[in-house]
Ligand binder design. Sequence first.
Ligand code: UD1
Length: 417
Amino acid sequence: MDAFLIEGGRKLEGVVKISGSKNASLPILAATILTEDDVYLENVPDLSDVKTMLKLLSNISKEISYEDGKLLIKQGGEVQTVAPYDLVKTMRASVLVLGALIGKYHSARVSFPGGCAIGARPIDQHLKGFEAMGVKIDIEEGYIVANVDKLRGARVVFDLPTVGGTENVMMAAVLAEGETIIENAAMEPEITDLASFLNSLGAKIEGAGTPLIRIQGVKKLHGGSYRVIPDRIEAATYFIAGAMSGGEVIVDDLIPEHIDAVLKKVAEAGIDFKVEEKRVVVYGGKRPKPVQVKTRPYPGFPTDVQAQIMSMLTLARGTSVIVETIFENRFMHVNELNRMGARIKVEDRTAVVEGVEKLKGAPVMASDLRASASLVLAGLVAEGVTKISRIYHLDRGYERMEYKLNALGAHVERIKE
Ligand code: UD1
């Protein structure tokens, strides 16, 4: 297994370009199931989660190749409407093929995703949405088996805003008969991007990005070409890296509005930065002021940046409080940060972070994607060497992370353990 060795304390300086969004690419790739025509996608990041989705698509029938840097997805031979356990177990987002398979083939057999490191993460809301559209759902031998003769539009009211649930129901509804209305829909930019992609293929979706989405079913989707939005979580991660280390870091090729909640929090912590049209320039190195953070669905503070901001706040001049409201059990980075000299106490969903003057390098273990990112940030500013084991978690979501950091002046080495 690979590990990172990070020599801490180097100033970061220069430009870091943000890759395409993982969480937008995954549903958009799943949505290509809805058309038999060719689809070209630009700005899809080269990540292990994307590779898992491409494997799922080629299992189903798609042929995948690259043309001039664009991903080309073509219809292949015989269709198999199955997502096997071996693939689904490595990536929960595999469940996103369910909505597209139901929409296009009226039948699907998708392995149940089960629990994961950051909590139980049920999919009851996805299934409730499909059932409202007339789909019969059975659970057989660990698989969700979905069948429907006539897929019809329906009113779907989610109990809570779910990103994956909104995307899944949206995909199922695009080719259904009549109108589907999703109430209490999630509003994340990745949902808006999925809707824009589907509309570019001939779908009729209105209201994506608001809590009420209306989808008029159409007979067929055609092919097309689409560019995925930049990854707001990757952008926020490099922005915080810049805020923590001593130099001037330019986070380039992002949509600043998508990380507005993070920008506001970092401003409140007293860090200087300026926002331009497609970039943010951060002047780091100052000890932050303590702040209160509560994770919320978009446009609130993203749960996917909770671990990274905690890393920054370990060095604040005072005590910060972080409340995680989206996922239970999403504080696995805390013990590891404490091994590096941080002073964090957790009770239930609240972390109390008492700022210290400095962190010290230590061997630590990555436990999930964003927790790993927080350890990298801590390692970059810690005194001495930090070894982060199990960085396969990072490879799921950060494209060429060590190259991007080293180009900014960091010293991050990938080693085999
Ligand atoms: C997506 C993101 C993930 C991010 C999360 C929240 C992808 C591939 N992943 O995950 O990075 O952390 O949004 O912003 O885009 N829930 C239910 N029942 C359901 C579905 C969800 O109770 O049927 C709960 C979950 O347990 C969680 C909350 O709803 O507490 C939000 O989950 P959801 O928005 O569905 O997250 P994902 O789509 O899995």
